[in-house]
Design a protein around this ligand. Structure first.
Ligand code: ADP
Length: 440
């Protein structure tokens, strides 16, 4: 209910009574002034009581008139805010209890990246101490170059894999989640067992590939001898069997070679031998090999066009880049029918240098595109085997590009063709002057 009409009514009544008394005794102004002074004094006394109460809290003072209303409302608001505060404190302590019990390290950072709170796991795994480290900037404590770069980049969509500050034998995956008022939650998970498992898988594949290499070489040697044996060749039945065996052992050898290449790339962080490569020249070699491949296997009359910037060179590992680019071009040959056109482009623009392989082939349906760089993922297994594919080609391309700070984009339409584009940052390239060969 609005208290003001009552208060105004009360004041008017006092003033009217004062005026009547004033008129009776012959001093209306003085009596009115006296009443106004009394009214003001009453307000001042209540303001004083309010101020005292706000300082000491506790029960509100007893008021009359409008002041009774004011004290009641303030008391009500005070009670409400107390219970909200209690609820928030309960939430906070429950949040702290649950995050304290979490096995993942949790660190609350303020808008400046300074530590506000840490849980027990963060103390154990990241070596942070509440007494010493609260208020410190997080990058003063997690001092790894990868973490600096991660924070500087400011893009926390993907987690960062790094080592905890006190132990470079262990691995952690760090995630930063922005929340609230520019605050951030840092969550670090111990991924050492996962990394060990990955390492075991890599070692297993690498060992098994090495072990298979020798028996395969022996088998191929014998099969070649049998292929050259005139007596056997005269038997139609044997001739066919030997051809199939030869074909299959070659396929197995290709798989083993591709697996070995992949596991070597996984073990070495960066390509060992980096040099300046004339990509236009490399593309000519690949073009000849691709034409031979097209003619040999399928009598395809495809056109392979090269549009390359001859002055644009790329810094990298020759063997790896040859393998990546030839895989893309050979795929284009395999998955493009007779008389199709394959265009290989090598150029640069403001965003970097690009190698793209365009074909007018069978294309890839959208649901496969995100998966075709996985190992052994094929859209059509039968067709891939027919063409001698290992299912590892695009996985190799992806790895090679990652090791050259590049990435691959795929655009494809079923029955119209595909475009595979490899993007490299400009810092990986060198622009040569035409003919003179001087760095620009
Ligand atoms: P594969 O040895 O089977 O060619 P890749 O890893 O090179 O293995 O390619 C994976 C799959 O992607 C292929 O099996 C094929 O289905 C598809 N693919 C690759 N390149 C092309 C292309 N240019 N056109 C159509 N499909 C392609």
């Amino acid at each position: 209910m609005n208290p003001w009409p009552r208060e105004l009514w009360r004041l008017s009544t006092y003033l009217i009574i004062g005026l009547i008394i004033g008129l009776i005794i012959g001093h209306p102004i003085r009596v009115l002034l006296f009443i106004v002074t009394l009214y003001l004094t009453w307000h001042l006394v209540n303001v004083y009581r309010l101020e005292q109460w706000l300082q000491q809290s506790g029960q509100p003072p007893q008021g009359t008139g409008i002041w009774m209303e004011i004290f009641d409302r303030l008391y009500h608001l005070q009670k409400q805010s107390r219970s909200r505060k209690k609820r928030l404190t309960d939430y906070l302590s429950r949040f702290k209890e649950s995050t304290s019990a979490m096995p993942d390290s949790t660190v609350v950072l303020n808008e400046f990246g300074q530590i506000e709170w840490i849980n027990k796991a963060a103390q154990k795994h990241l070596g942070l101490l509440p007494s010493k480290d609260i208020g410190q900037h997080i990058s003063n404590l997690l001092r790894t170059p990868e973490f600096f770069a991660y924070i500087a980049k400011g893009n926390f969509d993907e987690p960062l894999e790094t080592h905890p500050p006190l132990n470079d034998q262990e691995h952690i995956s760090v995630r930063i989640i922005p929340y609230g008022n520019n605050q951030r939650l840092l969550i670090a998970r111990d991924i050492t067992p996962l990394k060990r498992l990955e390492q075991m898988r890599r070692d297993f594949i690498s060992n098994i590939s090495h072990e298979l290499r020798t028996p395969l070489t022996v088998l191929r040697g014998y099969l070649e001898t049998m292929q050259n044996d005139d007596e056997l060749q005269q038997t139609v039945h044997w001739q066919k069997s030997i051809d199939v065996m030869n074909q299959q052992t070659r396929r197995m050898q290709n798989i083993v070679d591709d697996l070995l290449m992949l596991s070597r790339m996984e073990t070495e962080q960066r390509p060992t031998k980096q040099e300046e490569i004339n990509i236009a020249e490399m593309l000519q070699t690949i073009q000849s090999a691709a034409l031979a491949l097209g003619e040999k296997g399928h009598e395809k009359q495809q056109k392979i066009i090269i549009e390359a910037d001859e002055r644009l060179q790329l810094r990298g590992n020759r063997t790896e880049l040859y393998s990546a680019f030839s895989n893309l071009v050979f795929n284009a040959v395999h998955y493009t029918p007779n008389e199709g056109i394959i265009t290989i482009r090598w150029y640069r623009d403001d965003s970097g240098a690009h190698l793209s392989v365009l074909d007018t082939g069978i294309g890839i349906a959208p649901q496969h595109i995100s998966r075709i760089t996985e190992r052994f993922y094929r859209v059509d297994t039968g067709r891939s085997r027919e063409t001698g594919g290992t299912g590892l080609g695009l996985a190799i391309v992806k790895h090679v590009l990652q090791r050259h700070q590049g990435q691959m984009r795929i655009f494809s339409q079923v029955n119209r063709g595909s475009t595979f584009t490899c993007d490299f940052p400009l810092k990986q390239t060198i622009q040569r002057q035409a003919l003179t060969n001087v760095a620009s």
